[in-house]
Design a protein around this ligand. Structure first.
Ligand code: MRU
Length: 356
């Protein structure tokens, strides 16, 4: 599948709006099969987000927006008020799919705002469809911009570590953290990537290893438990990950395991970078108010359909963790690099008033 407007981008495109439906890669089938699914209504999109057929903060944001666009064009409402009621219903269902990545909320809000501005049903349907196409185009463009900005942080020939999947598959295309890695290579520098397996859902081995191999980028897969030894040996020169939500204090919510990698990186004096678009920032919430999704215990107790833990065992399976700002060297955004102190850089980039 090719990007509609980013014709120079020939990498994986994770989702697109096509003929009044949503086409997306079914990520649960990777790495064994690259299968595209066609989704025709918003409940199918909600289900795909819930079941991780599509995942990664920016990707679920655009997918959610496209789900809302499906609800909009399929609505049989006779006037604007009825249409907004239908959209609000779809909004609630789409938003309830996954609680942690703020991009979903951001994207759904953006569509509701566009819809509320219109006057007639047909006009609203047309503008909403235009908006989701714009969001998909912007996503790739923003990732490329972040890549260019972030690539300057890397030297030729370095080995870098990433966690989970913050690549093309977590976005519409190109990726955030993996976008920076792609841009390093595009700038003529060589780069070797260490991808963590990312238990229990294995986004690292199923998705990051797949997409880097797909693009011919040197990648080595390690179990999550191999992170410390690689750092201690001095092999890892830098670390770069994505984010699901960044607060105005600089706290970064990302895939569970990020916090322990950042902590180890500090011990070994390895720069720890986060790459995320401005749509990943939540300037209102406090860290204690953010809901960290807890997922089905079966993700931990079973593997390829086989039980790997005793029956009745108690399970804690959080999907995300929080990395405090002092462990983060730099945040790469499409508007530039955010340096320490992060709260001050975030305040400046968003032109926020001082908190009293
Ligand atoms: O549970 P997932 O696979 O949706 O989690 C994804 C991550 O944690 C990514 O690192 C994050 O969304 C950044 S993606 C650009």
């Amino acid at each position: 599948m090719k990007s509609k407007s980013n014709q120079d981008y020939d990498g994986l495109v994770t989702l697109a709006w096509q003929d009044n439906s949503v086409i997306m890669i079914d990520q649960t089938r990777l790495p064994n099969k690259l299968v595209y699914r066609k989704l025709r209504n918003y409940t199918e999109v909600a289900d795909a987000i819930k079941k991780l057929r599509i995942r990664g903060a920016p990707a679920i944001g655009v997918a959610g927006a496209m789900g809302l666009a499906l609800a909009c064009i399929k609505s049989s409402s006779a006037n604007k008020n009825e249409l907004i009621v239908d959209l609000q219903h779809a909004y609630d269902i789409l938003l309830s799919t996954r609680p942690t990545a703020v991009n979903l909320f951001w994207a759904l809000e953006r569509i509701m705002k566009v819809a509320r501005k219109g006057k007639r049903v047909k006009e609203i349907q047309d503008t909403v469809v235009r908006e989701v196409n714009k969001m998909a185009e912007e996503d790739i463009w923003i990732n490329r911009k972040m890549g260019k900005i972030g690539s300057g942080l890397f030297k030729n020939g370095e080995t870098v570590m990433t966690h989970c999947n913050a690549g093309s598959l977590a976005t519409v295309g190109f990726g955030t953290a993996l976008g920076v890695i792609r841009a390093v290579r595009e700038s003529g520098k060589s780069i070797n990537v260490i991808a963590t397996e990312t238990r229990p859902v294995l986004q690292g081995s199923r998705l990051t290893a797949f997409e880097l191999q797909h693009d011919g980028i040197d990648v080595t897969l390690v179990p999550d438990t191999g992170v410390g030894v690689l750092m201690a040996k001095g092999i890892i020169k830098r670390i770069i990950v994505g984010a699901d939500r960044i607060l105005r204090t600089g706290h970064v919510f990302n895939k569970v395991g990020t916090y322990q990698i950042a902590t180890l990186a500090r011990v070994h004096k390895i720069p720890f970078y986060v790459a995320a678009p401005l749509s990943t920032f939540d300037l209102k919430s406090r860290a204690e108010d953010v809901v960290i999704e807890e997922r089905d215990s079966k993700e931990v107790t079973t593997m390829v359909g086989r039980r790997i833990a005793p029956k009745g065992i108690r399970i804690f399976n959080p999907a995300f963790d929080v990395t405090p700002p002092h462990l983060i060297s730099t945040i790469v955004t499409e508007k530039g690099l955010l340096k320490q102190p992060l709260s001050e850089s975030i305040r400046n980039i968003f032109k926020l008033p001082m908190i009293s």
